[in-house]
Design a protein around this ligand. Structure first.
Ligand SMILES: Cc1cc2nc3c(=O)[nH]c(=O)nc-3n(C[C@H](O)[C@H](O)[C@H](O)COP(=O)(O)OP(=O)(O)OC[C@H]3O[C@@H](n4cnc5c(N)ncnc54)[C@H](O)[C@@H]3O)c2cc1C
Length: 287
């Protein structure tokens, strides 16, 4: 297992923001991940588990604990129509493996820059689908240190929320039951989704994707644009000109810049439309 001391969190965050963590660990197997967490818990040490850090804002001040990143835990195995994926495998890998095996259902995940564990925790989704659609089981480490197999119902999948986030479980991996399809057609849909991302999202700037959840009956981006905030900037953080639902790092943004800008956006959208925007991006160690 790779262990790095006093390591910058900004390197790993898709926002490219964050101070140093006391330690960053990269377990390579589920067993290594579980024993590391059990050991840290037993010693009363601070730790936090992330995947590809594509939906998190890390604090400028750093983290006086162990950051566990699952990105070296990457197996995706196919058994007929069932795919078993480790928590650290990317959702891109999951959808590519599915397509190569002529299995459909994962196309909507193609292009979401997170891991299976992060995707399951957040119930990630796009283009009308979510990661929960084809899930048949999730292996977790509970807050009490027990390994459990959760059914789809146990997972309490909601819009960008699950029992994993609510109870602080750790996802070790997920099982998906997919439908047989045509490889060429699956691939075409994946490419269509990816091309749509490339034209509609500000992918050349660091960000954490859509910053806010979609409020019932509205689109966050449209509300923010309607409030005249497209391009609005605080420090190095800016409301994207291309997609107002994204807050981007246009140069040396700090977590404080992003936080202040997001609060400004929430205030102005509330004033203009009476709608309260809720954050989708997870603030870690930031009040
Ligand atoms: C350009 C861009 C586009 C995006 N597009 C989309 C999109 O279309 N749809 C969408 O839903 N999201 C999108 N996102 C956001 C993000 O990619 C997803 O939320 C993704 O699911 C996060 O996965 P991750 O591995 O990066 O999680 P992280 O950011 O590392 O973590 C996110 C949360 O999940 C928790 N977590 C991570 N791994 C585990 C684990 N193994 N066990 C328990 N908890 C865990 C973390 O503690 C944290 O609370 C986008 C982001 C970017 C930068």
């Amino acid at each position: 297992m790779r262990i790095l001391e006093n390591e910058s969190m900004a390197i790993y965050s898709s926002f490219r923001i964050g101070g140093n963590a006391k330690r960053v660990c990269f377990p390579e197997t589920r067993e290594e991940l579980v024993s590391l967490i059990r050991e840290l818990r037993m010693n009363g040490e601070k730790y936090a588990v992330f995947g590809n850090c594509s939906n998190v804002l890390f604090p400028d001040e750093g983290y006086d604990g162990t950051l566990i990143l699952t990105t070296d835990l990457v197996d995706v195995l196919v058994y007929g129509n069932v795919i078993v994926a480790d928590c650290g495998a990317t959702m891109n890998k999951l959808s590519i493996v599915a397509s190569r095996n002529s299995l459909k259902g994962m196309e909507c995940l193609y292009g979401i820059p997170g891991t299976v564990g992060g995707g399951i925790a957040m119930n990630a989704g796009a283009y009308g689908g979510t990661i929960s659609d084809y899930i048949i089981g999730v292996s977790v480490l509970t807050d009490e240190g027990e390994i459990k197999e959760l059914s789809k119902e146990d997972m309490e999948f909601e819009y960008r929320n699950t029992v994993v986030l609510k109870k602080g479980y750790i996802v070790l991996g997920g099982r998906f039951m997919l439908e047989e399809g045509n490889e060429e057609e699956i691939r075409q849909l994946m490419d269509k989704n990816m091309n749509s991302r490339k034209t509609k999202q500000p992918l050349s700037y660091p960000s954490a994707g859509s910053f806010f959840k979609r409020p019932e009956g509205y689109f966050a981006g449209a509300l923010i644009e309607g409030a005249g905030l497209k391009g609005y900037r605080i420090g190095g953080a800016q409301v994207s000109e291309l997609h107002a639902g994204f807050i981007i790092n246009v140069g040396d943004a700090t977590a404080k810049d992003v936080k202040r800008l997001s609060e400004y956006v929430v205030r102005h959208v509330k004033k203009e439309f009476g709608v309260t925007l809720e954050r989708e991006v997870r603030f870690f160690g930031i009040d």
